[in-house]
Design a protein around this ligand. Structure first.
Ligand code: NAP
Length: 219
């Protein structure tokens, strides 16, 4: 499986404000690039923190891109994946609507009645890890379901988990022309942080997009 992490951050490295409210960091050019990246992916993944903060749809916006997918024999939208150890995703979350298939990655500690509720809402539940989703095993199971290209949209905790497990192949970051600040505002990679064996990146591209810059790295 090829895993691409894509996010937009402020010039000071924040993904959103200390209130965890989504703010517009990208401009129209970057939104368009992200839409293409989604259309090119088999599945789009977020952590439950992003579902709770933003209630995203994770679907492709452009009807032409959706049509290109269906012409190629694929569903109009890539599948959606939420890492959610104990099922905090609300039953009325947009990721559970009928616009795309949705996989909920849960841990073995997820309550059975919540699992049943999610399955009744149409989600496919994959359980790995005792208390927290075991991302390595969960992604291997997703690959078994035909997910060869996975796009990860955040947030900082999930991205940290993926780097800790050595699961990231590519990182693209749009750096926008704004400062958010705040020691408690989410950053691109949160988690515990590294003190050794820092993941090393190889720069593949630098491109001006509007008033921001797109950085592309491989691991
Ligand atoms: P997040 O990364 O979306 O979700 C984190 C949660 O995922 C964890 O708390 C954990 O909850 C769950 N998870 C399950 N297994 C995990 C694992 N193995 N490793 C890590 N996490 C795992 O949440 P966040 O860091 O709070 O980020 C949300 C913020 O980011 C919001 O403010 C949103 O607006 C922002 N955001 C910005 C962008 C951008 O591009 N600018 C993109 C996305 C999100 P459980 O323990 O309950 O499972």
């Amino acid at each position: 499986m090829h895993v691409v992490v894509n996010a937009a951050m402020s010039a000071d490295g924040k993904l959103s404000t200390r209130r965890r409210e989504q703010i517009a960091i990208s401009g129209t050019e970057d939104f368009d690039r992200v839409d293409q990246l989604r259309a090119d992916s088999d599945a789009v993944m977020v952590g439950v923190g992003t579902v709770l903060a933003d209630d995203p749809s994770l679907t492709v916006d452009d009807p032409d891109r959706q049509a290109a997918r269906t012409n190629a024999g694929k569903p109009a939208n890539p599948a959606r994946v939420v890492a959610d150890s104990r099922i905090r995703t609300p039953p009325d979350a947009t990721v559970l609507d009928d616009q795309a298939a949705t996989y909920l990655l849960v841990s073995e500690a997820a309550p059975t009645d919540f699992i049943e509720e999610m399955e009744a809402a149409g989600a496919y539940v994959i359980a790995t890890g005792q208390d927290r989703v075991d991302l390595t095993t969960a992604l291997a199971k997703l690959e078994g379901e035909g997910v060869d290209r996975l796009m990860v949209e955040g947030g900082g905790e999930l991205i940290a988990g993926l780097f800790e497990e050595g699961l990231v192949d590519e990182l693209s970051v749009f750096v926008g022309p704004t400062i958010i600040g705040g020691r408690d505002a989410p950053t691109l990679v949160d988690g515990e942080g590294f003190v050794e064996e820092f993941p090393e990146l190889s720069l593949q591209g630098v491109e001006r997009l509007g008033d921001g810059v797109l950085l592309r790295w491989t691991l």
